[in-house]
Design a protein around this ligand. Sequence first.
Ligand SMILES: [Zn+2]
Length: 401
Amino acid sequence: MNMVILHIAGHGKKKSGVFDPGAIGFIKQGEHKYYAETFFDLLKKYEPKGHKVIYHTAYNVYNYGNIVDLAKSYGQDTVVIEWHFDAALSKSIKGGHVIVYNKFKPDALDLRLRDGINKMVGVRYNHRGHKGIAGRSNLSNVNRCAKGKVNYRLIELGLCTNCEDSKVMLESADEYAKVMSEAIYNQEIKINTQSDIQTGDYIVRSGDTLWGIANKYNMTVNELKKLNGLTNDIIHAGNKLKLNNNTKVETEVKPIIKPEPKKEDKLKATKTGDVVIRSIQSTLNSRYNTGLRVDGYYGSLTNKAIVKGLQTELNKQFSRKLKIDGSFGSSSRANWVTVKRGAKGNLTYLIQALLYCKGYKITLDLSFGGATKKVVKQFQKDNKLTVDGKIGKNAITALVK
Ligand SMILES: [Zn+2]
């Protein structure tokens, strides 16, 4: 079934000319540019043929107030998906959701989108028994579309204030786009293996010869030349050649993809890597010889390197005999020493680094003072631990997760 889909990047340029970036948090592009410059390109990459798909990034549709007219300008049955990500005061809140008008039940598309989000970052909220769906009546575009009978939902892809969600949205954006495309079109989507049966012309590629092409399509060189009015054997890449009448030609279809930039290029281009995390990574490398790539992203490798640091410090400062393997298991837990207010040095630094990477605002000053204690208490509260402001066995176990 062919669909008309209107993707809207949330926020953007207002009528007044002022640019509204949306939420930012760990995703330095902000909501609007994340969709307009990153995610929508990836969605295009995973877009199957046969649908009319519009990507709206030109202005802030919410501010213009014209969502119903905009949707209907592409047809009465336009399916609208407005894309956002969330921010929250507590860094530990995570997960995405799909917003629908509160008097509506989610439809099959809403539920598939919800499943996609759940797969990538988990979901929150519950509407009429559907986890990951939020029913709202206080959002303008939701209300406008309900009233104007437009098939609409608003997606919150995750929380830009949560370290893990942001990491998925940044580092696994490609996979996230694929998962969401599969949800939208309700089919498994593959790229690179696309082929298309067409009748008609052959487009010459560099390296092709008349003989080779003729051979491939069961023609003679002379037939090919005659059909195309060629007086010599010279062909150039990009030339169109007619083949035998209505010969079915299997051609590769160029995927609609920009080449995936290398990670380093991408970082340079978008500057999304975090400067403090970079400094943590280079400190770990020089102090514990961890060989991390200094990319400003907190992921499993950086986490492992911090754990190696913790194990090294426990061995050095407290004569433990831990294996430095970067995995905080039962032996590391048993040999942990409680770190509390008044402590100074590398263990405190590593704790501060973990808190920072988990999205807490903290200065990495190697000194466990009142400010660090306050952040530790917040972390314990967020993780439903005993709130004592000390990093004991339970707190460190939660922190290294
Ligand atoms: Zn938003």
